[in-house]
Design a protein around this ligand. Structure first.
Ligand SMILES: *[C@@H]1O[C@H](CO)[C@@H](O)[C@H](O)[C@H]1NC(C)=O
Ligand SMILES: *[C@@H]1O[C@H](CO)[C@@H](O)[C@H](O)[C@H]1NC(C)=O
Ligand SMILES: [Zn+2]
Length: 420
């Protein structure tokens, strides 16, 4: 009797000390990616699928959705749609191919070497990378911060200038990793900063570009989401903000910008959705900081070029996201810069990009960064890059593709910087 009591007690104790689910890393072993086609009236079916799925990989995509589903829910999802096909049999196995997060070894007070771009890294190491890079070029760079995340992390970047001196030229702004799971974008944006500084004194092309602009480069604008994608759920997209009375977490910071935020159709009002727009325009702290920075660049020296780096799909997109019939006043110039940049990328490695206005080329998005930088930030050019690949690996691009991706993308960006 006593031992039964003891073991009961023990069992309930064990239960009550179980680590909360959110703290454990999601194990995707056996999870599948289903590509499902949606009916004309997608709303209802889409909502049901979102409820069943662990994640929607391409929220907003018009013809089909790619959804990550646990083995026991595959049949329920299939029943909701006319056609479906398994495009990944085991998400857990695919994640294993991505490579471990590498603990970086930094030599004391040295500029990081190119080997940084051969593995994925922890958030703290990304910050060290930026600081070490900046420390090597104190005469022409500074660490900048653009606000604070929900959990109190500082949005950290680097400002680079050339022979004209700090703050003397039109601004260029690069953002990365607004969507937490898009790890290749952190690496790519860092490569831009690394190339601009390390090649400045040896390469005339690079020197001319740095001398022409003040460049502001922020590799991880959603630090909380990024950390969460490393510690808890590799496929996390949003920030980590809560809504009172709802257990779902996260706003999509790239549906939260206060321009055409209220237009229906390009984001979700459901806090559980991957594209939850928030309760009010610009109500995420990350967005507040980023927006204040864009506004201040507009009001000081003006923005020439903004690029928001995402993955995946291999697209170069420009405004507008919120209306598929609207044509930006310099659409032809946007197209010609993108055409040349895409050709420069293709010349490196054969990687092909699809280019066009965001809404008509990919899908409708409201409250997105490039509509804001165009219409409110008055940036001459605003682009979204969707980096490699086109879906074979998706967000979990293997580490051996980091270097090829950052190198080809650099040539695309160089082409744009020359053209602006
Ligand atoms: C300088 O950099 C540009 C851009 O990456 C590159 O195309 C060019 O080949 C480089 N020039 C030299 C001499 O390395
Ligand atoms: C917008 O940018 C153009 C230059 O590209 C400049 O002439 C104009 O004054 C700017 N407008 C505002 C409101 O900042
Ligand atoms: Zn994205």
């Amino acid at each position: 009797m006593r031992s039964l009591l003891v073991s009961c007690l023990f069992a309930s104790l064990a239960l009550s000390t179980v680590v909360p689910r959110a703290r454990q890393k999601v194990d995707y072993s056996g999870f599948k990616v289903l590509r499902v086609s949606l009916p004309e009236q997608r709303g209802d079916v889409e909502a049901k699928i979102e409820e069943l799925a662990a994640h929607v990989l391409n929220p907003g995509k018009v013809e089909h959705l790619d959804v990550v589903v646990s083995p026991d829910k595959v049949d329920a999802v299939k029943k909701l749609v006319a056609t479906s096909k398994v495009i990944n049999e085991d998400v857990g196995a695919a994640l294993a191919e991505e490579g471990e997060i590498k603990k970086a070894e930094f030599s004391v007070a040295a500029v990081p070497s190119e080997s940084w771009f051969t593995a994925y890294h922890a958030y703290a190491d990304h910050i060290t990378f930026l600081r070490d890079l900046q420390a090597g070029y104190t005469g022409q760079s500074e660490i900048i911060t653009t606000g604070t995340s929900v959990q109190g992390r500082t949005l950290t970047g680097i400002h680079i200038w050339g022979s004209g001196g700090k703050g003397s030229k039109p601004a260029v702004l690069f953002h990365g990793t607004v969507h937490a799971r898009e790890w290749i974008s952190s690496m790519t944006v860092e490569y831009m900063a690394w190339q601009l500084l390390t090649k400045y004194s040896s390469n005339a092309t690079v020197k001319a570009l740095v001398d022409k602009f003040d460049l502001y480069i922020i590799p991880i604008v959603n630090p909380d989401g990024f950390v969460y994608s490393q510690t808890s759920d590799r496929l996390w997209r949003k920030n980590r903000q809560t809504v009172s009375g709802n257990s779902c977490v996260g706003r999509d910071i790239n549906r939260n910008w206060p321009y055409k935020w209220e237009v229906p159709g390009g984001a979700s009002t459901n806090p559980c959705s991957e594209t939850y727009k928030g309760q009010a325009a610009g109500d995420s702290p990350e967005n507040k900081g980023l927006r204040a920075h864009v506004d201040s660049l507009r009001d000081s020296r003006g923005l020439s070029l903004y690029i928001d780096f995402h993955s995946y799909g291999q697209y170069m997109l420009w405004p507008y996201g919120y209306d598929c019939n609207l044509v930006v006043h310099n659409d032809a110039q946007h197209r010609s810069l993108a055409t040349r940049a895409a050709a420069a990328i293709r010349a490196v490695s054969g990687t092909r990009y699809t280019i066009g206005p965001a809404c008509s080329t990919l899908y409708a998005t409201t409250g997105d960064s490039t509509d804001y930088t165009d219409a409110v930030g008055n940036s001459t050019y605003s682009y979204t890059y969707e980096l490699r690949d086109t879906g074979s690996y998706g967000f979990t691009l293997p580490a051996n593709q980091i270097q090829p991706t950052v190198r080809e993308t650099w040539e695309g960006v160089v082409s744009m910087l020359k053209d602006v």
